[in-house]
Design a binder for this molecule. Structure first.
Ligand SMILES: Cc1cc2nc3c(=O)[nH]c(=O)nc-3n(C[C@H](O)[C@H](O)[C@H](O)COP(=O)(O)OP(=O)(O)OC[C@H]3O[C@@H](n4cnc5c(N)ncnc54)[C@H](O)[C@@H]3O)c2cc1C
Length: 387
C-alpha cells in the first residue's frame, strides 16, 4: 500500500480493513461478473455494526459522526469493494433521524441498526425531469388516512435489496405553491408490500454492477403515518441529507483513488519493458504523482466538510467541492492506472477495468459535475442564477 499520513481514525480503518480482507478481489470480481448483489459482504458489514455507525446509541447504533462513516466507506472502496451496494443506508437514515417523529425513530432505527430492516433506497429522480427536481410529476394525494401515489421514477438503486425506500412526491401541484421547492413531501415506502399493490419495479441493466431500477406507481396506497416531517417540506428535508451523501461519496472516491494508486505504483515498479521498470520513466511517474497530489488535496476538503457537518454547521460549499475534487481525482487515478497496466488493465482478473467503471459513475451521480460547478458559480461566487 502507498503511504498515507496516519490519522485519528486508525482503529476504525484497521477494523474495517480486517473485515474487508475476508472479501478479496475474487469475491468482488465474481459478484460483478454475475451482476449479483454482495449479500454476504453487506451482511458482514451490518452484523459488525458499520452500517449503523451514524444511528444514535439509544436506537442501537454506534452514535458516530459523518467523519467516521466516511472512513468506513473509504476503506470499503480502498479494499477493492464498492460502497455503492450499501452507502444509501448511511444518508437515508439521517433523513429519518433529523425529520422523523419519535414514533417513527423508535419503529425504524433499532430495526435498521440490528439489520432486521434495510433502508437502502431513495426515490427522487424522474425520467422526464432529471436534475430539475422541483418539477417532479409523481403525486401523493391524501385520501382519508392514506396517501395515493401515482407516477414514475428512474435510476432508483438497491430497491431489490432494501426493505424500505424514502420517496419524494408532490403533495401540492407546482402551480399552487409560492416557491417551486414547496409542496413536495417524503414518505417511507414498504417496498415488499408496495410491490403487491401498485408498485412495479423494472431493473435497468447498466455499465456498473449497480442494482438500479425504473419504478412505476399506480394507485399505490401508503398509510399517512409514513409521511416524514411536515407535508410540503420534503424537498428541504431531502436537500439536508444531500450534503452527507456528497461527503460520503467523496470519501468513496478517495478510497478508489488510493486503490488505483496502490495498484499502479506496484505494477509500474514490477513491470519491466526496455530493460527497466516502466515506473522509472518520468512519463509514467508524473501522471501517477499528479493523481496522488489530487487525491490528497480532495481528502483535505472531505475532512473539512465532515468537521463542519459533525459540528452542525453549514457545509454545502465544502460537501459539493469535496465531491467534485474527489470524483475528479479518482477518475484521473483510474485513467493512469488503466493506462500503465497496458493491455492487462483491460483484463478482468486485474480488477482495474471494474474499478474504472465504478468510479466513473461519480462524475454523474448522485449529482453531476456541471451542477456542482453551477452551485459554486451561483452560491459562492455570486454569478447570475442560471436556472
Ligand atoms: C447508477 C445510477 C444510480 C442512481 N441512483 C439513484 C437513486 O438511488 N435515487 C435517485 O433518485 N436517483 C439516482 N440516480 C440518478 C442520478 O442522481 C441522476 O442520473 C443525476 O442526478 C443526473 O440526472 P439525469 O440523469 O436526469 O441527467 P439530466 O438532468 O438529464 O442531465 C444530463 C446532463 O446534462 C447536464 N445538465 C443538465 N442541466 C444542466 C444545466 N442547467 N447546466 C449545465 N449542465 C446541465 C448534467 O450535468 C448532466 O451531465 C442514479 C443514477 C445512476 C446512473
Amino acid at each position: 500500500m502507498i503511504k498515507t499520513a496516519p490519522d485519528a481514525w486508525q482503529d476504525i480503518r484497521d477494523a474495517v480493513r480486517a473485515l474487508c480482507a475476508e472479501f478479496p478481489d475474487e469475491y468482488h470480481r465474481k459478484i460483478d461478473e454475475q451482476r449479483a448483489y454482495p449479500e454476504a459482504f453487506v451482511d458482514a458489514l451490518t452484523k459488525a455494526g458499520w452500517l449503523a455507525a451514524m444511528i444514535p446509541q439509544e436506537y442501537g447504533g454506534s452514535g458516530l459522526g459523518l467523519t467516521e462513516a466516511t472512513v468506513v466507506m473509504e476503506e470499503i472502496n480502498r479494499s477493492g469493494g464498492n460502497s455503492g451496494a450499501c452507502h444509501g443506508q448511511m444518508y437515508n437514515m439521517g433523513t429519518l433521524l433529523r425529520h422523523g417523529s419519535k414514533a417513527q425513530k423508535e419503529l425504524y432505527l433499532p430495526r435498521i441498526a440490528s439489520g432486521e430492516w434495510r433502508l437502502q433506497s431513495m426515490g427522487v429522480t424522474e425520467p422526464s425531469t432529471g436534475t430539475d427536481t422541483t418539477r417532479i410529476k409523481t403525486t401523493a394525494v391524501k385520501k382519508g388516512d392514506r396517501y395515493v401515489i401515482n407516477g414514475q421514477k428512474v435510476w432508483i438503486s438497491r430497491v431489490q435489496h432494501s426493505d424500505w425506500m424514502i420517496l419524494l412526491a408532490r403533495t401540492t401541484p407546482l402551480a399552487e405553491v409560492k416557491k417551486k421547492s414547496e409542496g413536495m413531501s417524503i414518505f417511507m415506502v414498504d417496498l415488499r408490500a408496495a410491490e403487491k399493490s401498485g408498485l412495479t419495479v423494472r431493473p435497468i441493466p447498466n455499465m456498473v454492477n449497480h442494482e438500479t431500477n425504473e419504478l412505476f406507481f399506480e394507485n399505490l396506497e401508503i398509510p399517512e403515518e409514513n409521511l416524514i416531517g411536515q407535508e410540503g417540506q420534503g424537498f428541504k428535508y431531502i436537500l439536508d441529507g444531500l450534503n452527507a451523501e456528497r461527503t460520503l461519496i467523496a470519501a468513496e472516491c478517495i478510497g478508489d483513488g488510493y486503490w488505483f494508486l496502490d495498484r499502479v505504483t506496484k505494477y509500474a515498479s514490477e513491470r519491466v519493458v526496455f530493460g527497466r521498470p516502466i515506473g522509472q520513466n518520468q512519463g509514467v511517474q508524473f501522471p501517477i504523482a499528479e493523481s496522488y497530489i489530487e487525491v490528497e488535496a480532495a481528502n483535505l476538503m472531505r475532512f473539512e466538510s465532515c468537521a463542519l457537518f459533525d459540528a452542525g454547521k453549514p457545509c454545502g460549499a465544502e460537501a459539493n467541492m469535496a465531491k467534485y475534487l474527489a470524483a475528479k481525482a479518482s477518475w484521473e487515478a483510474a485513467n493512469a492506472c488503466i493506462q500503465f497496466h497496458g493491455g492487462f488493465g483491460f483484463a478482468n482478473e486485474y480488477d482495474v477495468e471494474r474499478k474504472f467503471r465504478e468510479t466513473r459513475l461519480y462524475q454523474v451521480a448522485p449529482i453531476s459535475t456541471n451542477l456542482i460547478l453551477s452551485y459554486v458559480a451561483e452560491h459562492l461566487l455570486g454569478l447570475p442564477r442560471s436556472f
